[in-house]
Ligand binder design. Structure first.
Ligand code: NAP
Length: 515
């Protein structure tokens, strides 16, 4: 079975251990092996910090933007192979693979375009100069300069493509080399993309490295000017936060963890309203896209008490039409979870929710198309309902990372907001209604506890980008339980990869720096 090599110190290097086997989650077959045993991580990281970083910092933002465009071109040329890997290793239907693969290419393209707005500079200004002396001769101005370290990405299994490039685009544009460690179960697509980009020779040596397999030793090899971006579970995030690299060496860290995202249908609608229809469609879509394995997926759907039964019926009807099974079969709309471990985790989550919630749509009623239920990691869309959202706990606390959501009624907008807040900070909440003032008030009310509030009224029905789709122009991240991180948001993403410094000097020096 093919062993995927790692790329470190500008060379392809295979691990010396037995490593881990990656499987097809639908067929159960063995695909490839990954292994990181015996890699000299400190030497590889030093190579990235010296060779890779120096070469990137030599370039202007405009030139680095051209690198991003060249990467996007390489990925575009190899797109078909990526779709095949996604089907085999992630068990996703074509449309779901597109979210990961084409989402990555779009994000790279967006940052390539943004680069041209930064021009032929090698550092950025943060505000204007402020006078520190009465006569104005001595001033202070803030600058953003690329950090002289590397960016280590420890990524989750659900976005092997987008998860790499949504982070790498702003890092490389900032002049910071990247080392990515994909989640083991779906590492193949990440490794293959890095291989294609490295082999195409579009980046300087040391600018892009990949380590597949165990995470052992990665954090130990970090130094104070490195940055670490982690996406994954709250438990691993807690381990990372207490690692000496972060706790003692102040490695700057961005954490994207789990999230109990919500959708709210505001009062004033009925079961025939366009807003009701938009809400139902989006909840069903969010439950089933990527089999619910999206950090932004709607987990809690809030409706006025009077619409609880009608919403349950409408969702039930929609979810009933979802065909589940082998993504190679054209009639299948929802593929599988990524592994047996995830299947077990989702089953455990469903069992936990059953303790306090009523089953409104039973995923077990979905027979599998072209897949053996004893082998395939498939689970049907499962909708729960709780009549008393205040008394419920599990629904607000446990993220079931699969096609699972819970419907919850509310008495008033204030009540809905208080229930949403029980999620302790989320990536995204979406609002549905037709009264702009009510939508605006609720959106701003939720803004402190969410990285993004997605507001849908009938006038944006065809132009809206979707509750769960992360657009590079908007921030991705969330406070509290969601990890407290911030990614994307256009050029805001560059802040993480730059150091801010105030330079205090006379006006002639600051004028020289202003170029
Ligand atoms: P996980 O077990 O925490 O794994 C995430 C990554 O951390 C993997 O690459 C994993 O490597 C690595 N890892 C595991 N233990 C580690 C350690 N002690 N030190 C350093 N790295 C370590 O999470 P998961 O179960 O794969 O991911 C699912 C979770 O991710 C969900 O809860 C979901 O909400 C969250 N998520 C969040 C976002 C977001 O943007 N907020 C996006 C996607 C997913 P191995 O695979 O080799 O174990």
């Amino acid at each position: 079975m093919m062993l995927l090599p790692n790329h470190l110190s500008g060379r392809w290097t295979s691990g010396t251990g037995t490593g881990s086997v990656l499987r097809d989650p639908v067929l159960g077959t063995e695909l490839v092996r990954v292994d990181a045993t015996g890699l000299d991580l400190p030497a590889g990281f030093a190579f990235a910090r010296t060779q890779g970083a120096a070469a990137l910092r030599e370039l202007t933002y405009r030139a680095r933007g051209e690198l991003l465009a060249a990467i996007a071109k390489v990925l575009q040329a190899n797109r078909d192979a990526y779709y095949e890997i996604a089907t085999a290793n992630s068990g996703t239907v074509k449309g779901d693979s597109a979210v990961d693969i084409d989402g990555a290419i779009y994000t790279l393209g967006t940052y390539a375009k943004l680069a041209s707005t930064l021009g032929d500079r090698k550092y950025l200004f943060d505000g204007d100069a402020t006078s520190l002396a009465k006569d104005g001769t001595f001033q202070s101005r803030h600058f953003l300069v690329p950090t002289r370290g590397l960016a280590l990405f420890i990524n989750a299994f659900n976005f092997p493509s987008w998860g790499l490039w949504e982070k790498a685009a702003p890092a490389l544009l900032s002049g910071v080399p990247v080392v990515v460690k994909p989640a083991t179960s779906t590492a193949w697509l990440t490794q293959r993309m890095v291989k294609d980009v490295v082999d195409a020779g579009v980046l300087p040596a040391g600018a892009l490295s990949v380590v597949c397999g165990s995470s052992a030793g990665l954090l130990d090899a970090l130094e104070p000017f490195d940055v670490l971006s982690f996406t994954g579970s709250a438990e691993t995030a807690a381990t990372i936060r207490s690692h000496p690299a972060v706790a003692q060496r102040s490695v700057r860290t961005n954490i994207e963890a789990d999230s109990l995202n919500s959708a709210i249908l505001l009062p004033g609608e009925d079961a025939t309203s366009p807003a009701f229809d938009l809400f139902v469609k989006e909840v069903a879509r969010e439950m089933t896209v990527k089999a619910g394995q999206k950090c932004t997926a709607i987990r809690r759907a809030f409706v006025p008490e009077s619409l609880y039964d009608a919403t349950a019926a409408a969702l039930n009807a929609r979810l009933g039409k979802t065909t589940v099974g082998n993504p190679r079969n054209e009639t299948v709309r929802m593929g599988s979870l990524v592994s047996r471990a995830q299947l077990q985790s989702v089953r455990d989550g469903i069992a936990a929710l059953r303790q306090e919630a009523q089953l409104l749509h039973d995923g077990d009623t979905h027979g599998l198309v072209d897949a053996d239920p004893g082998v395939a990691c498939c689970v049907g869309p499962t909708l729960f309902g709780v009549r008393d959202g205040d008394a419920a706990h599990i629904v607000h606390e446990r993220e079931v990372f699969g096609p699972v959501a819970t419907l919850v009624p509310f008495r008033s907008v204030e009540h809905a907001v208080s229930l949403v807040r029980r999620g302790q900070g989320s990536l995204v909440s979406s609002l549905y209604g037709s009264d702009p003032a009510a939508l605006a008030d609720t959106a701003i009310e939720l803004a402190d506890s969410h990285g993004r509030v997605h507001v849908i009224s009938p006038d944006v029905a065809s132009s809206q980008t979707g509750h769960g789709n992360v657009m590079p122009q908007s921030m991705h991240g969330g406070p509290g339980r969601a990890g407290g991180g911030e990614e994307l948001g256009g050029l805001r993403a560059l802040n993480f990869y730059h150091r801010r410094a105030a330079i205090q000097a006379g006006s002639a020096v600051l004028a020289a720096l202003a170029g």
